[in-house]
Design a protein around this ligand. Structure first.
Ligand code: AMP
Ligand code: ZN
Length: 465
């Protein structure tokens, strides 16, 4: 039985969705003001693993992700670049979705830009106004947090000590600064605005997620996720907005992913200690190794990023895909091997038990490593039965349905294989034309990439070192 740690109750809870066979989930998407860094992608890969594991458990998924295409940062940066906001955010939305695909993430069923949902946000403000949660000051509409008795229940933010009526206009602030927050901001000179019953203005950041989550998933739904930095104020404010309007529980399970760190500090744009996915690909790392690294530590533990660990992941992914290739091509024997069958069944159980326990990915990966060891022994002895081979391949594909690492690797390997075959042909032609310098150059080039060529009577064969 799957158990998940709920930030709201602060304990592990057995997970069952509202509808028997379908999970409704919302994950806060990117603010499209720049390329996302791999810290952001740690959270997005966690969300992807969650949705894949829920599918593994037999559920259908309805998953919504917003695109924050209007907020303080997007406006400021588009103005600095002199590019209209829409054009600017569309560009970075495209880059973000490209990166997500490069990392092998399944796309959510609904990807929704905030600016396409302004009427829903206005309707939500009207409901909050009718329930006495709002007030207007200098043309902006604010949420009065003292009007929502349960304010602070997610993050533990305290109202005590806050001056009544003190307000905050910026999108991000600290827990010690819990104050009335802005729902609708009065238009400022040079900023984009919408005409509304509250005058010209634009939405505050927190409003969009409440409005869009409820539009696509209903007033109550199963899972809401994001990075831990969103617990306050973003998710606390989402609860106040949604429950303040509906009087019903907004989200049943709140799940938060811990940060990716660099030398003990959060990887972030503002600290400048970040790599984008594209930076790492340019350095020659593969998307599959980056994905495995981001998933290698359970999501509620911090993960310290180093290039050295990433190099280790390259080796791990290569070993895993070599293992799959050898297993696929392995000859089988007729005799049964009950011990190995048992070891495979145990590995499958250990894999599922680990993920059932709040998605313990490192324990799940350890189960896969044990399974590899058992199979490797049978491969070395040439004692693999057909039944063991089929079950082992099935387990490997179940593993990858959740981790999505080998699927990426085979794309990468296939394109490498094509390049190798092309170069071998070129080398054969160079030798025929007595251009031995070129032929040697190709041999060396491939050797540096871990490929050894062997000239045999029947032609050139190649193998990986
Ligand atoms: P943003 O585009 O800033 O709204 O962030 C997108 C997602 O990335 C949010 O869920 C953040 O909580 C998450 N995030 C930001 N920095 C990190 C980090 N260093 N490690 C993990 N997740 C992060
Ligand atoms: Zn959000």
């Amino acid at each position: 039985m799957l158990r998940l740690y709920n930030t709201l109750s602060k304990r592990l809870e057995p997970f069952t969705p509202l509808q028997a066979d379908q999970v409704s989930m919302y994950a806060c998407g990117p603010t499209v003001h720049d390329y996302a860094h791999i810290g952001n992608f740690r959270t997005f890969m966690f969300v992807d693993l969650l949705r894949r594991y829920l599918k593994f458990k037999g559920y259908k998924i309805r998953h919504v992700m917003n695109i924050t295409d209007i907020d303080d940062k997007t406006i400021r940066k588009s103005q600095e670049q002199g590019i209209p906001l829409k054009e600017y955010t569309e560009l970075y939305t495209r880059y973000f979705l490209e990166d997500l695909t490069t990392l092998g993430a399944e796309l959510p069923e609904h990807i929704v830009p905030a600016t396409e949902n302004i009427p829903e946000m206005i309707d939500l403000i009207k409901r909050l106004e009718a329930n006495g949660h709002t007030y207007v000051s200098e043309g902006s509409v604010y949420y009065r947090i003292a009007s929502f008795a349960e304010y602070g229940k997610l993050s533990g933010a305290k109202l005590a000590g806050n001056v009544a009526g003190a307000r905050v206009d910026v999108d991000e602030y600290d827990k010690e600064d819990a104050r009335d927050f802005v729902l609708w901001k009065a238009a400022k000179e040079g900023e984009p605005f919408w005409e509304t019953p509250y005058g010209r203005g634009r939405p505050g950041w927190h409003l969009e997620c409440s409005a869009m989550a409820m539009k696509y998933l209903g007033e109550s739904f199963d899972i809401h996720c994001g990075g831990v930095d969103l617990i306050f104020p973003h998710h606390e404010n989402e609860i106040a907005q949604s429950e303040g309007a509906t009087g019903r529980q907004f989200v049943r399970f709140w799940l938060h992913c811990e940060h990716l760190l660099v030398e003990g500090q959060k990887m972030s744009k503002s600290l400048g200690n970040y790599y984008t996915l594209r930076d790492l690909l340019k350095l020659g790392f593969s998307a599959s190794a980056i994905r495995l690294l981001l998933l290698s530590v359970p999501y509620r533990k911090q993960l310290n990023f180093t290039l050295e660990t990433l190099r280790g992941m390259e080796t791990r992914v290569k070993k895993l895909s070599d293992f799959r290739r050898r297993l696929k091509g392995a000859p089988t024997v007729d005799s049964a091997d009950t011990e190995l069958l048992l070891a495979i069944a145990e590995a499958r159980k250990a894999f599922e038990d680990a993920l059932d326990e709040d998605l313990n990915t490192s324990a799940a990966l350890a189960a896969v490593a044990d399974f590899e060891t058992s199979i490797n022994r049978a491969l070395a002895q040439g004692s693999l039965s057909l039944e063991c081979k089929e079950r082992a391949l099935r387990l490997l594909s179940e593993f990858d349905a959740v981790f999505g690492v080998l699927a990426l690797q085979s794309d990468e390997t296939e394109s490498l294989d094509e390049e190798i075959l092309r170069l071998i042909e070129e080398r054969t032609a160079a030798k025929a034309a007595k251009n031995y310098a070129r032929a040697d150059e190709i041999r060396r080039y491939l050797f540096e990439r871990g490929i050894i060529l062997e000239d045999t009577k029947t032609g050139v064969r190649w193998r990986r070192v």
